[in-house]
Ligand binder design. Structure first.
Ligand code: KG4
Ligand code: ZN
Length: 335
């Protein structure tokens, strides 16, 4: 069969990224331009700034990617774009850009769900086999599902309030770490001990998660200690928080292993970059003799290569979009 080259565009949040991916597995070229440092000044992503920067930079990111690949847009077989979920203004830049390329170069257009993109990041270095338990842990999502086949999801549970990445970012902020806080908590926790007694979320025997109570406990604790002029042991608090946050994920994944009998786990989204989470999930998968998929660090956080990987099965099924494609902030696991 002829090789399939997909040019993929990703602008859901604060990374402008374009990639060319061959046959859904091989990254021919990838460019990621992050705006993280600028948003860090404000303690989080400022949507208006994000969409402006995407607009200013996207053409340059395309040129750079084509140069790295030594290809032109004429050489690719399709244009893919993540069109949901995300910041609407940011999504709009990527979607309009991809629609224009598709129209001008007469290439089919593929709309990709960003969350599903995170899962397919695992196809860039491995080969996803089904059925697999899929855990998406990012700044906006905490979702557990069974993936029966390409694009066939059965939802098990999701967060009832904050996403795990959001909790990491808020806890980091109250501890004085810059945005995005997840990597800082990751490093701090590795240096600390679990000495703070925090209450765990209630075990309601569902597959749902809740992180807002844990986050609020820490914010209250820090504020109370500050008022009393007491020292906060940042590393220890980061460690106590992280242990509970990751234990929750483990507990639900173990329940899924036991109840579904499926012995494969794929972890996706920005928080899958977390070292403690990776370690713990390896231990859990070894215990259950389950296969674990976690992407390489570069592919854990937002990037267009994962969008190219997720677009490939849709290309094979000829599931194309037309120029009426609009961005959506809907965060389901639907194509
Ligand atoms: O998937 P992603 O890049 O963007 C979204 O789609 O949300 O995820 C970003 C999230 C942020 O909350 C960030 O703090 C978190 O992933 N993150 C981490 C780590 N690296 C990134 N959280 C914990 N430990 C990390 N090492
Ligand atoms: Zn993401």
């Amino acid at each position: 069969m002829k090789d399939v080259y997909i040019l993929a565009v990703e602008t859901t949040c604060d990374e402008t990224s374009i990639a060319i991916v061959k046959n859904g597995h091989d990254v021919v070229a990838l460019t990621i331009l992050t705006q993280m440092d600028e948003h860090a000044l404000y303690g989080g992503v400022v949507p208006e700034i994000a969409s402006r920067r995407h607009t200013e930079n996207i053409t340059m990111v395309l040129e750079e990617t084509l140069k790295k690949a030594n290809m032109s847009v004429n050489d690719v077989d399709a244009i893919a774009v993540s069109y949901k979920p995300g910041l609407l203004g940011s999504l709009l830049v990527g979607v309009e850009f991809a629609k224009t390329l598709s129209f001008v170069y007469k290439k089919p257009l593929i709309g990709v769900n960003h969350l599903i993109g995170h899962i397919y990041a695992n196809n860039l270095e491995d080969n996803l086999e089904f059925p697999v338990i899929a855990l998406v842990v990012s700044g906006g999502h905490t979702e557990l599902s069974i993936m029966h086949n390409d694009y066939e999801f059965e939802m098990l549970g999701c967060t009832m309030d904050d996403a795990i990445g959001e909790a990491y970012d808020k806890v980091a902020r109250v501890l004085g770490y810059p945005y995005p806080g997840g990597p800082h908590i990751d490093k701090a926790a590795a240096l600390g001990k679990d000495t703070y007694k925090l209450t765990k979320p209630v075990d309601d025997d569902t597959y749902n998660f809740s992180y807002s109570g844990l986050k609020s406990q820490i914010i209250n604790l820090v504020n109370t200690e500050k008022m009393k002029n007491n020292e906060i042991r940042k590393e220890d608090l980061a460690c106590s928080f992280q242990n509970i946050a990751v234990d929750e994920l483990e507990r639900k994944v173990e329940k899924a292993f036991n109840e579904t009998g499926i012995k494969r786990l794929v972890i996706a989204g920005g928080v899958s970059a977390n070292s403690y989470l990776k370690e713990q999930m390896k231990v859990l998968c070894d215990k259950h003799e389950a296969k674990l998929y976690i992407p390489r660090l570069l592919y854990c956080t937002d990037n267009a290569a994962m969008i190219g990987a997720a677009a490939y099965p849709l290309f094979l099924k000829k599931e194309f979009k037309d120029l009426s494609l609009n961005p959506s902030s809907h965060s389901d696991l639907e194509q």
